[in-house]
Design a protein around this ligand. Structure first.
Ligand SMILES: Nc1ncnc2c1ncn2[C@@H]1O[C@H](COP(=O)(O)OP(=O)(O)OP(=O)(O)O)[C@@H](O)[C@H]1O
Ligand SMILES: [Mg+2]
Length: 495
């Protein structure tokens, strides 16, 4: 039997810097996530030393002269955040428009949102992205700092304080690059050490102290929703062949020139079918993350309209918009059959409307990729037999993949991934979420017939039971054990 302790719990290392303890949790996960071309925010929600308005630390990869390098970017607001020059990004029409544009990663929206200062940084925080610096903050002075333990060379740049009108304290940014072969947890800790050291000097008094955790899932009020949204392919369990194919699709999507040179056409539509809760929607989201694309989900009510001609207009509008997306976009038609299924020879108005929608969908899918290479369509269904063949013929949906219930080893993989993720996200030096007796194989056996969604529910119940126990009694319960999870799995088994 594999050593559960080694296979599940992410490696954590603790270092001392600037009088603080810095623990790096799940370093390999951090590196893998950044390799998917997504900067990983490592410090969101951390308790900051008094006198520090905000601090962030992000980790990303990029190529320099053909070689990959890791890039560390940090920023520190000394004193309070600058105030908005006007208005607050609220639930007024402009605020909502900006928020929506920012959520759609629209550059224009993000720039404008950045321009409104603190309100903008609120939106950025909500989106899990760094606040855009206020325009007046020109860099005035840069100094180099070297960490003797790692050789990490960081450039510290001090910026002119924001205008008197905006108020707020000065901004300090820190930047360092590390060749990929040298990157280690200690480099991450050293970078935060530099930031904490600056914070300590700036804040005076006692300076920073205490414990900081750097992980892919930082703690904090905004991290819950964000982290839940950000699903990646490496979180998908038991579907290795599908995940491998999705990675290939992402590569083809990211290299349109290479595809064009060979006259190769990448897939424009992917149909995922299988029972509920097996990970179809999750895969679509993860594909968007892998590509670095915006995720746009089209739900049934957005299309189906009780008024004559309404549904046809809606589907036409959806595709007209899709042809204009300037950013890479994964469009998901979730529960495709309910939107566009042939009900047979139904002559009633509802069947006719659905048939009309299906007809438009077919036409639009014929040449979407020619009109807009930025879009890829994913459709999911539990009832493939209800979807008309002509809709999903090759050319429209080039790839059709069955997503079955996981088998024994699939369930074991899903459970291991879920538990590892929870540990990375929630465990700290002083808090153990799971006991050492977790036997993934045993849980896979106990959960025969269950899907990923069921396994997630069993774990959710286990977490809730412990949290409620602590909330009721005020005393820390024992970590979640094999027995606990097995009990929750048994509750869910339909006899
Ligand atoms: N293969 C899997 N690997 C990891 N997690 C999974 C897997 N399948 C399901 N899950 C978990 O279950 C949740 C629900 O799955 P998801 O919504 O993707 O199912 P679905 O196939 O779209 O179901 P439905 O057909 O009902 O829409 C996911 O968010 C994920 O947490
Ligand atoms: Mg789904």
């Amino acid at each position: 039997m594999p050593q559960p302790e080694h296979s599940l719990r992410p490696a954590a290392e603790t270092f001392e810097y600037a009088g603080c303890q810095i623990t790096v949790v799940g370093f390999d996960e951090i590196v893998a996530a950044a390799a998917a071309d997504q900067p990983v925010e490592l410090l969101r929600g951390a308790a900051l030393p008094p006198g520090i308005g905000s601090a962030r630390l992000s980790f990303s990869t990029r190529a320099r002269d053909g070689d990959p390098v890791y890039r560390l970017d940090a920023s520190l607001r000394i004193g309070r955040e600058p105030q908005p020059a006007f208005g607050v990004l609220g639930r007024d029409p402009v605020g909502l428009l900006l928020a929506r544009r920012a959520a759609a990663r629209d550059d224009w929206g993000v720039r404008v949102v950045g321009g409104v200062g603190a309100a903008g940084s609120g939106v950025s925080r909500w989106l899990g992205r760094p606040p855009a610096p206020v325009r007046e903050e020109q860099p005035v002075r840069s100094v180099a700092r070297t960490d003797p333990a790692t050789g990490l060379r960081a450039t510290v740049t001090y910026h002119r304080p924001p205008s008197r009108f905006a108020g707020g304290g000065p901004l300090v940014t820190v930047q360092a690059s590390v060749p990929s072969g040298q990157m280690s947890p200690r480099h991450l800790a050293a970078m935060l050490g530099v930031v904490l050291d600056i914070a300590g000097r700036a804040a005076g008094g006692d300076g920073p102290h205490g414990e900081y955790v750097l992980s892919r899932y930082p703690m904090g009020p905004s991290s819950g929703a964000d982290a839940a949204e950000r699903v990646t392919l490496d979180q998908v369990g038991g579907l290795d062949a599908v995940v491998a194919q999705f990675r290939q699709i992402a590569v083809s999507f990211q290299h349109p020139q290479v595809m064009a040179r060979w006259g190769a056409r990448r897939p424009q539509g992917i149909l995922l079918y299988g029972p509920p809760g097996t990970g179809k929607t999750m895969l679509a989201r993860a594909l968007a993350a892998e590509i670095g694309a915006t995720f746009r989900e089209i739900r049934t009510p957005e299309i189906l309209d009780k008024w004559l001609g309404g549904s046809e207009r809606n589907i036409k509008r959806i595709f007209r918009d899709a042809r204009r997306y300037r950013e890479p976009t994964v469009m998901l038609f979730d529960e495709f059959d309910s939107i566009i299924s042939y009900t047979g020879a139904g002559m009633d108005a509802a069947s006719q409307a659905i048939n009309a929608v299906a007809g438009i969908f077919k036409q639009e899918m014929n040449d979407l990729i020619e009109h807009n290479p930025n879009v890829i369509v994913v459709a999911t269904t539990n009832f493939p037999e209800r979807v008309d063949d002509s809709l999903i013929r090759s050319g429209r949906f080039d790839i059709k993949l069955a997503i079955p219930r996981p088998d024994h080893s699939g369930r074991a993989q899903i459970i291991a991934k879920m538990i590892r993720q929870l540990m990375t996200r929630h465990e700290t030096a002083g808090f153990r979420m799971f006991a050492d007796d977790i036997d993934v194989d045993g849980l896979a056996t106990a959960s025969a017939g269950m899907t990923g969604a069921d396994l997630k529910e069993a774990l959710r119940r286990a977490q809730l039971a412990k949290a409620m126990q602590e909330a009721r009694t005020g005393a820390a319960p024992t970590p979640i054990s094999q027995h606990d999870i097995a009990g929750h799995i048994a509750e869910l088994v339909i006899r």
